[in-house]
Design a protein around this ligand. Structure first.
Ligand SMILES: Cc1ncc(COP(=O)(O)O)c(C=O)c1O
Length: 435
């Protein structure tokens, strides 16, 4: 792919846009990128590659923005990125956390998030997960008829109540990738509104003395750039909220983020404002808490991933492959959804990027692509450090051991300090589960 193949390539060949870099990023006169007042080159020297570098100040700013924007309640969707340090930030600011498994609940609680601030999701929760939730006062989002029975079995055994929301699919089509759409009826998640399926479930749950059904949840999808589908969902759900006197309507997460320099997304504050306006227009009482669960929009832009270039293969008239020391095991999004990313050199972040490359990993798959249509400076060489920006969401959390690569380290940087929050896995770690 050459520059001329794009409708407009300016954003790909120009120096990397500041909009794609973490908020405390600073580029000095030599083009050296600093995050949290530390040179990326120094961080890489200390911790090696592949490496996730998070801007802790940017994480804090985003959590604060979400907390202020959704003043009646916001939960960070931990599937986007979870480790003890991240959950500890959530605990520090007192916002809620959305989890989808026993593992995520465990990490949240071990990191100091109180049970009452945890919301449990999942379309196939296990008995053990529901026991853990009920024992710890964790709010549960009920997803299916079988789960109604499971919750009943657990709560009547434990003689404890379950605080719950019901997940409803409002039949709204969000304009996003097929695999991350969830608000339409043909979805594995939630109760459809059609044929009164959701209403029957609500009535069954209201009759259960062990269930305290406080509201409705709907998550229409992920990486959504346009706000009208949220208003549409709100209008569809409003009658149920007033009919049953619910006190919470959770609009889920899904706010999109720009991964490429020509993409624009609303801010968390704009999203919240649109949700509040839509709630008012739909006639939802001010007493009802309109809540949300952003994941990607809190963490994506706050991190870059650094890699070392190991090989540059020019195939005349075809393309140039630039291979790095990570790949689909630390960022499966391109292979899962065909997601686009940019690439740049943190040592020359202000350089024009004239050379078209495909950045690939070191896995035994031709689909092991990190940046399908990237551009780098012409003089990029083997041994250089390259970075992909906007990799704070669904990278480390979806990382695998494919080809027995060890998962990268994660560093939080703030005020001149780079702190290792997840160490790089070792060869011994790879044998930990073998008997
Ligand atoms: C129920 C629920 N809430 C919140 C989220 C977070 O979505 P995002 O990271 O796109 O904000 C997801 C993502 O899959 C989800 O399934």
């Amino acid at each position: 792919m050459q520059a001329s193949d794009f409708e407009t390539t300016d954003f790909l060949t120009a120096p990397i846009s500041a909009r794609l870099l973490p908020s405390t990023s600073f580029i000095d006169d030599n083009g050296k990128l600093f995050i949290g007042s530390v040179a990326v080159s120094e961080i890489v020297k200390e911790f090696g590659t592949p490496l996730f570098i998070y801007d802790e100040e940017n994480l804090r700013q985003n959590i604060l923005e979400a907390k202020a924007a959704f003043s009646s309640g916001v939960a960070y969707a931990s599937k986007a990125f979870l480790c003890k340090a991240m959950a500890a930030l959530v605990a520090e600011y007192g916002i809620n956390i959305d989890v989808s498994s026993l593992g995520e609940m465990y990490i949240a609680m071990e990191s100091g998030v109180p049970g009452e601030n945890i919301v449990l999701h999942g379309n196939n929760k296990s008995y053990a997960e529901i026991v853990f939730a009920v024992e710890n006062g964790i709010k549960t989002v009920i997803d299916s008829s079988d789960e109604i029975n499971l919750v009943h079995a657990v709560t009547s055994n434990l003689k404890k109540k379950c605080r719950a929301l019901i997940r409803v699919t409002p039949g709204v089509e969000a304009h996003t990738h097929e695999f991350i759409k969830t608000g339409h009826e043909d979805s594995k998640f939630g109760f459809p509104l059609a044929d009164s399926v959701a209403r029957s479930a609500i009535e069954e749950l209201r009759d259960d003395v062990y269930v305290d059904l406080i509201g409705v949840h709907s998550h229409i999808g992920s990486q959504i750039f346009e706000l009208p589908p949220y208003a549409e969902a709100m209008a569809i759900l409003a009658p149920i909220i007033s009919e049953y006197g619910f006190s919470e309507l959770c609009i889920g997460g899904g706010l999109g983020v720009p991964y490429l320099g020509n993409e624009y997304a609303p801010s968390i504050s704009e999203w919240a404002q649109a949700a509040m306006t839509a709630a008012e227009q739909a006639g939802i009482s001010k007493e009802v808490a309109v809540t949300a669960e952003p994941g990607r929009s809190i963490v994506a832009r706050t991190a870059i991933t650094c890699y070392t270039v190991g090989s540059i293969k020019d195939i005349p008239q075809v393309r140039t492959y630039l291979a790095v020391d990570g790949g689909m095991s630390d960022n499966p999004r391109p292979i899962l959804y065909g997601s686009g990313y940019e690439v740049f050199l943190p040592s020359r972040a202000n350089a024009v990027r004239e050379k078209a490359v495909r950045v690939v990993g070191k896995h035994c798959e031709s689909g092991d692509i990190l940046v399908s249509n990237g551009f780098i400076p012409f003089d990029t060489r083997v041994g250089d450090i390259i970075a992909t920006p906007v990799t704070g969401a669904y990278g480390y959390s979806m990382a695998s051991h494919y080809n027995r690569l060890q998962r990268p380290a994660v560093v939080f940087v703030r005020d001149g300090n780079a702190k290792l929050v997840c160490r790089r896995e070792s060869l011994e770690d790879l044998l930990r589960f073998d008997m």
